[in-house]
Design a protein around this ligand. Sequence first.
Ligand code: NDP
Length: 342
Amino acid sequence: MATEQPIVLVTGGSGLVGQAIRTIIEQESNAKYQFIFVSTKDGDLSNPDEARQIFEKYRPNYVIHLAAMVGGLFRNLKYNLEFLRTNLAINDNVLSLAKEFRVRKCVSCLSTCIFPDKTTYPIDETMVHLGPPHHSNFGYSYAKRMIDVLNHAYSDHFKNNSNDYGGSDKLPIFTSIIPTNVFGPYDNFNLEDSHVIPGLIYKAYNAIQDAKLKNSNTAKLLVFGSGRPRRQFIYSLDLARLILWTMENYNEIEPIILSVDENDEISIGEAAQMVADTFQRSYPDIRMEIQYDTNYSDGQFKKTASNAKLRQYLPEFHFTPMSDGIRDTVRWFITNYDVARK
Ligand code: NDP
């Protein structure tokens, strides 16, 4: 008789990261698990009754918890209270239901932008709580940090009640991952509220359309700031593979940073050049010109994160070259222009 597949519930399943997991599952035709991807269409996870209905319907064995109220700088600044309360509620509901439904492992998502504002670099997993986050997104950051606190509280609870869970070798694991800046298909490309890569892609796309309309052979890609700040970007499909690895293999309670190597940190200017080059190849008759608007502030110069812990586990993991990830994201955006979030 065939054994039943364990059920993996992916919250935030319609978003950038959730869709990347779906793509990898489909590519690798992973029949070991049954994946269920949920979004707000299935219920509001900040509402305890709606969250419970989802768990009752699917009765998961694993949870990959991605759902969150997310947004750019200006939305965070304006709605810190909502970011704090909504995300606290989502996380408390999901984790308490994961315990109640005896999930074997719950992997939740933190972010490098929740680290202390004043810190030393590179940042690592031990530094999450070592000082206040940047004031602009303190609501989002403290709600995310509380996931780590909850994970430790649940872990203590499981250890202190190990008999209820069939002994110490069968205890559930509640843990978390910390991705750096993610980009890829299904991102939010909105010009006012997007992260840097999808914002550049949409701007470059508009510049090309504008040039075509005006019969011009030059398209201007405007970059906010000097282009000098440096960031580590992770392609969403690489992140998806690493999240699936975490679900199957990572058994620590402490978070793990999922990031490219420190040497792969690139400047915003270099990222903009890759976006421009990608469009240039598709539209050889139009020359892409990058311009920097230094009236905009640069933000933090660097936020380098160490992936040493990940490298101890997976020294050979191959990250998609940034230019290939950008090329595939641009292709996806052009092909799916009508349905892309923007
Ligand atoms: P998206 O904004 O692309 O997706 C958010 C997801 O959460 C959507 O599926 C959305 O559903 C769902 N969601 C939001 N609010 C609720 C709610 N109240 N109830 C149920 N579902 C809800 O986010 P990403 O994929 O970019 O991010 C996934 C995770 O990764 C988040 O936890 C985020 O904090 C973290 N992260 C992201 C980074 C990035 O660069 N993007 C960097 C580091 C961490 P719907 O589509 O229906 O609205």
